[in-house]
Design a protein around this ligand. Sequence first.
Ligand SMILES: [Zn+2]
Length: 347
Amino acid sequence: MMGMESMGGEFRLGRPFGIPLTINKLLAGFVAVIFGFAFLSKAPLEGAWILILLVSVLLHEWAHALTARAAGDTVIKVALHLFGGVTYRAGRGGPKADFRITAAGPIVNVLLAAAAWLALRFAGPELPYWASITLDFTFRINALLAGLNLLPIHPMDGGRMARLALSRRVGAGPGARIALGISFATLLSAGVFFAWWGASSPMFVVVIFLLVQMFMLNVMEIRQVGAPSMDETRAVLGRWWRERRERAAERRAERAARSAAPDLEPSPFRRAAAINRDEEVIRDGRKVLEKAADRGLAALSPEDRRLLMLHRRLIEIRVDTSPGNPSPDDLHLLELHVRLGSSAEVH
Ligand SMILES: [Zn+2]
């Protein structure tokens, strides 16, 4: 670690990918002590987890930084703080780009966890001891990082993603307030859960400290976006849901209209095939219908009955969707069908 300059409470670690990288001095000290102690006790593997944690957090931040730069953001620096990394950037892309940039971090952890899991699963027994220990740490640490970061808590990645996703659907103000409400609820549940299950954990004090700090950040966020309220949430989500259903109904109606008017179908081959099949059903179905009118439904083979049902459906569609009055011929055929009760279930 030569050539490191100190800067406030941080060490500068050069400019990988052209982006300044800094590490908190206390964190650097922790890493050095934990790994150094393991190393000096001739058990470097026991200190490997802290290095893997550091590298995993760093890859997470670089994923944010590089996607941000690709989206046209200005990336100012990547900093490793005592309790996690931060990518400082000035955004120019819209909310969609912002969502991708935010998701990139946890995605890297998911990929690392998956890769380590697969390697252990398929090559586990043949691997040397140090490699399987390293993979095991990589899997656990990255699964934990992905899981924690995806919790919908402000200001973590999951909280930011929830806010961006909600804002796109219900507007920026209500979206931010609903996301903040979700964040408070998740934080409180996490607090209750940890107080109940983690009371004997050696990390208890640290986790409670972090939860309280995040709670304070959430309270401060109320000043920016306003307080979340149950009434607003219900009204906004209700409106969104209604609009969504209306749009879905419109799309369904459009699709139905398109299939009733085959001229709008984009693929000429498929259209031709469908028309051919329909014409076949209309032609052959008519013969079967006449046979059934003569000798009764019971005289038909199962195939013929199926054909008859298809025929009836096509005639019904033609009668329902004919632009003017339906043709007398179609009405006559439908009448025959109704009289026969041809749509009865056939197995
Ligand atoms: Zn992140």
